[in-house]
Design a protein around this ligand. Structure first.
Ligand SMILES: [Zn+2]
Length: 257
C-alpha cells in the first residue's frame, strides 16, 4: 500500500513539473513576441505598397489641421508628426503634410502619367526612367508606401530658399531629429549618396523606416517590382541599390526619437 501511494504521489509530482515547464515555455514565447513591435515582421505586399490605408488599422488619417489634403500615415508616425508640428507651432512655424502614405496604385498612376508624357522625348526606356526618377519613385519602391514618410509644406526647391520656406526648413533641420524625422534626400554633392535629387520637403520617421528598409533589402527581388509601364527598367537603373538605399547617411543613426 505504501509503495503504491509513493508511485501515485511521484506521478502527481511529475505532472506538476510538466505543467510548470509548459507554463514557463508559454510565458517565455509570449514575452519574446511582445519584445518586438509589429513592424519588425511585415510581408512583401506591405513593403511593395500593396496595402489599403482605409481598411488597414496600422494606418490612420492625418488630422485636417495637420495636412493640406486627406492622407494616411502609420499610427505611430502620425503621432510623432503631430508632436513635431505642435512644437514648431509654438515657435511660429506651421508644418503641414502635403503628401503622406501613397500605396502602389497611387504611385502607379503618378509614374505612368509621367512615363506616357515623357517617353516620346527620350531615345530609350532607361533614359525615360532616369528622368522621372529625379523626383518620383517607381511603384513598389517608394518610402511613401510604408506610411513612414511625409512631404512637408511645398514640393518646390525654390520655396525653401528664402523667407517663410527657409524659416521652416531651418526649423526642421534643427529640430526634426528630436522627433525621429530626417531629410532622407539631402544634397547629393555634399553627402555622396545616390538616387533622387535633393528634396527639402521629404522627411522620414527613421525609428520605423530603418527597420522596414532592412526588411526590403532582405525580402524584395527585382521580379517583384513589376505591374506598371516601364517596370523592365528597374534592374537597369539599379532601383534597389541606387534609389531605395540612396538615403542620407546621417539619417541611419537616427533609429530612436
Ligand atoms: Zn516624398
Amino acid at each position: 500500500m505504501n509503495s503504491l501511494l509513493r508511485i501515485v504521489n511521484f506521478g502527481r509530482m511529475i505532472k506538476k513539473v510538466f505543467l510548470l515547464l509548459a507554463l514557463a515555455f508559454l510565458f517565455q514565447s509570449e514575452g519574446n513576441a511582445q519584445l518586438l513591435p509589429w513592424y519588425y515582421e511585415v510581408d512583401e505586399n506591405f513593403l511593395l505598397g500593396k496595402t489599403s490605408f482605409e481598411s488597414d488599422g496600422r494606418f490612420s488619417l492625418v488630422s485636417s489641421s495637420g495636412s493640406t489634403k486627406s492622407c494616411y500615415l502609420l499610427v505611430e508616425v502620425n503621432g510623432a508628426f503631430e508632436q513635431m508640428a505642435a512644437a514648431a507651432q509654438k515657435e511660429g512655424v506651421i508644418l503641414k503634410v502635403i503628401s503622406g502614405g501613397r500605396n502602389f496604385n497611387m504611385q502607379k498612376a503618378i509614374w505612368e502619367k509621367k512615363w506616357n508624357t515623357r517617353r516620346p522625348n527620350f531615345k530609350s526606356d532607361k533614359e525615360t526612367a532616369l528622368d522621372i526618377l529625379k523626383y518620383s519613385s517607381m511603384p513598389g519602391t517608394s518610402r511613401h508606401h510604408w506610411g513612414t514618410d511625409v512631404d512637408i509644406n511645398s514640393l518646390e526647391p525654390s520655396y525653401f530658399a528664402s523667407g517663410k520656406g527657409k524659416k521652416e526648413y531651418d526649423w526642421l533641420q534643427k529640430n526634426a531629429g528630436s522627433f525621429g524625422f530626417c531629410q532622407t534626400y539631402d544634397n547629393k554633392q555634399t553627402s555622396g549618396r545616390s538616387g533622387y535629387s535633393e528634396e527639402k520637403w521629404h522627411y522620414s520617421y527613421m525609428p520605423i523606416s530603418t527597420v522596414l528598409l532592412n526588411q526590403y533589402n532582405a525580402k524584395i527581388v527585382y521580379e517583384e517590382i513589376s505591374g506598371f509601364v516601364g517596370s523592365q527598367t528597374a534592374k537597369e537603373v539599379e532601383m534597389i541599390r541606387a534609389y531605395v538605399n540612396g538615403i542620407a547617411g546621417g539619417c541611419n543613426t537616427l533609429t530612436s526619437p
